[in-house]
Design a binder for this molecule. Structure first.
Ligand code: COA
Length: 167
């Protein structure tokens, strides 16, 4: 089995958008792990890639030309005072989980965010999600509480656990 250290983790480019969609879109349709309920159009990914904010980043983990996972950071809330806070996310292809790729992506992303002056990273994990909760804790995020039933998807109410890491 290939370990994450053997694969390339690098900033995504426009050419990676189909790979990003292949990773993320299945989660939008069939899983509660994201609160998107439909595939994200290519134009949205391209807009994110073009963000002028140094704290807005998208990384991909690529093995033999295929993107197996991606991690990204986006604005937390659209208010100027939140400018140095970024919300982070990480998603892998179904056949790529459990071998350190999520950890590898997050470690690189968090390091890059610290380098560009992001003050703190926050992450929302829709429950249950043992793998994501474990990943955030392993990466040094603190558990800051649960918002009950703030999401509704796949015919049920969904709690969200918030995590935070000071960078
Ligand atoms: C969540 C996700 C990104 C984790 O990535 P991953 O590559 O599978 O996780 P890793 O192998 O890097 O493991 C990271 C840590 O989590 C732990 N972990 C991984 N999967 C786990 C599971 N199913 N249950 C419990 N712990 C788990 C690992 O043991 C490791 O901890 P350690 O460093 O203390 O040993 C991945 O499973 C995924 O893409 N899931 C579907 C999408 C998703 O839920 N994204 C997050 C949305 S908030």
């Amino acid at each position: 089995m290939t370990g994450w250290v053997a694969m390339e983790i690098r900033p995504a480019t426009a050419a990676d958008v189909p790979g990003l969609q292949a990773i993320y879109d299945p989660h939008t349709l069939s899983s509660h792990t994201t609160f998107h309920t439909e595939p994200v159009p290519a134009g949205v990914w391209l807009e994110r890639l073009a963000s002028p904010h140094a704290g807005d980043q998208i990384l991909v983990a690529v093995d033999e030309g295929r993107a197996l996972g991606a991690a990204w950071s986006t604005a937390f809330r659209p208010r100027a005072a939140y400018d140095a806070t970024r919300e982070t996310s990480v998603y892998l292809a179904d056949d790529a989980t459990g071998r350190g790729i999520g950890r590898g992506l997050y470690d690189v992303l968090l390091g890059r965010l610290a380098e560009v002056g992001v003050h703190t990273a926050v992450a929302a994990v829709a429950l249950p999600n043992d793998a994501s909760v474990a990943l955030h804790r392993a990466c040094g995020f603190a558990d800051v509480g649960v918002l009950c039933e703030v999401g509704h998807k796949l015919d049920r109410w969904i709690d969200v656990r918030w995590f935070q890491k000071m960078l």
